[in-house]
Ligand binder design. Structure first.
Ligand code: ACM
Length: 237
């Protein structure tokens, strides 16, 4: 199974531009699964709830839906990435998995980090797995890494591959995933963003170093700390 890790730097709240760039990258690569970071269409460092609402959409009506579903069908390439989801009045920090022109999975982040708690509701659907190309897949998002129960819950449900879109700011996750992968015997694909974003109350510098850790604790790839980058890595779940 060929995995494309797309270490990306979105332009804050410019959904159209981010989507166009993301689609351009997807058109230029071939993989079984392409993985983007958390909140890759909106950016991360919101100053207030209005900004989150400006960057959020219901999956069924979002601008990403038509182009990314089309690419997933035409290129037989599943696409996973994080987005700000709105459901009624509620906001979630979510990740989608689309394949063959349809939505296969949608995960709502359970463990919210820092100021995310001001805007987003914690995920209300738990940790679910789904099949793709004969392998059992699960998703978690960024700060879920700190809670061993997230990866464990997915592994106990049979996950062989965990997709992990992230906007990491602390320096620990990339090492911690060694243990998560080894103790659960899973591949963990962490795709982080790069760059710095500043809002009134907060400044975040994201730590890059997107990576795959194998069930034997091998780092199959480790990307740069501060550059956008695309890497293709084969795994055998
Ligand atoms: C994070 O969960 N984005 C740090």
């Amino acid at each position: 199974m060929k995995i494309a890790l797309i270490q990306f730097k979105p332009t804050f709240l410019d959904l159209d531009k981010n989507l166009e760039r993301a689609a351009g990258i997807l058109e230029s690569i071939s993989a079984d699964i392409a993985v983007f970071p958390e909140l890759f269409l909106s950016g991360y460092t919101f100053a207030d709830e209005t900004q989150v609402r400006n960057g959020a959409f219901p999956f069924e009506e979002g601008p990403q839906r038509a182009p990314l579903l089309r690419i997933s069908r035409e290129k037989s390439m599943a696409v996973c990435g994080g987005y700000a989801e709105i459901d009624g009045r509620d906001l979630y920090n979510s990740a989608f998995f689309m394949a063959n022109g349809r939505l296969v999975g949608n995960y709502r982040k359970v463990h919210l980090f820092n100021r995310e708690k001001l805007y987003f509701k914690p995920g209300d659907k738990g940790f679910e797995v789904f099949d793709y190309q004969g392998a059992t897949m699960g998703m978690m998002i960024c700060f879920d890494w700190l809670f061993p129960e997230a990866a464990r819950s997915l592994a106990l449900k049979g996950a062989q591959v965990i997709l992990h879109p992230a906007n990491l700011v602390l320096p620990y996750c990339q090492q911690a995933m060694f243990a998560r992968a080894l103790e659960n015997r899973v591949f963990i694909i962490t795709v982080n963003r790069v760059g710095t974003e500043t809002a009134e109350a907060e400044s975040n510098t994201f730590t890059g170093q997107s990576q795959i850790v194998s069930p034997k604790g091998g780092y199959l790839v480790r990307m740069s700390k501060d550059q956008e980058q695309v890497e293709n890595v084969s795994i055998d779940p």
